[in-house]
Ligand binder design. Structure first.
Ligand SMILES: [Zn+2]
Length: 144
């Protein structure tokens, strides 16, 4: 009888070195790294858009991504919200570490420097908003 060869194994993307080398405590398989990578990419894009993508800021971003990997692992339904969470983590840490306010609002008439906020704080489809002007400025990842 003619035997059917088994189907070729599906190509598996290798785990990127960043996560392979620095797993969060208690990390197990099963977290979709694509979610974290796309989240990292959109936040990095907005850092870059505002010239805030110095090495120290990218380190802050990578720390936040690594920690949120654990968060998504604990709460898989949060995957849709993780980009907004990482953006807020980075924003808080940049300020805490003296790296400055990011991203500064350029959308309203208020002249004193103020940063924009992510809305919703915990939800899908995160946007940058100016709370002073009540303006929705741009989706996360689309700052200019
Ligand atoms: Zn504003």
């Amino acid at each position: 009888m003619h035997s059917v060869p088994p189907p070729p194994p599906q190509a598996v993307r290798p785990v990127p070195a960043r996560f392979a080398l620095r797993p969060a405590p208690g990390t197990i398989d099963g977290v979709n790294d694509d979610v974290l990578f796309s989240a990292r990419a959109v936040v990095l894009r907005d850092l870059n858009a505002r010239g805030a993508d110095a090495a120290a800021a990218v380190d802050v971003l990578d720390e936040a991504v690594t920690e949120r990997r654990w968060w998504v692992e604990q709460w898989p339904d949060g995957a849709a919200f993780v980009a907004g969470q990482i953006a807020q983590d980075v924003q808080d840490r940049l300020l805490d570490q003296g790296l400055g306010r990011w991203p500064l609002c350029k959308a309203c008439d208020e002249t004193s420097p103020h940063e924009m906020r992510i809305e919703p704080e915990l939800g899908p489809d995160p946007h940058w908003v100016c709370e002073k002007g009540g303006i929705v400025v741009a989706p996360l990842g689309a700052l200019r």
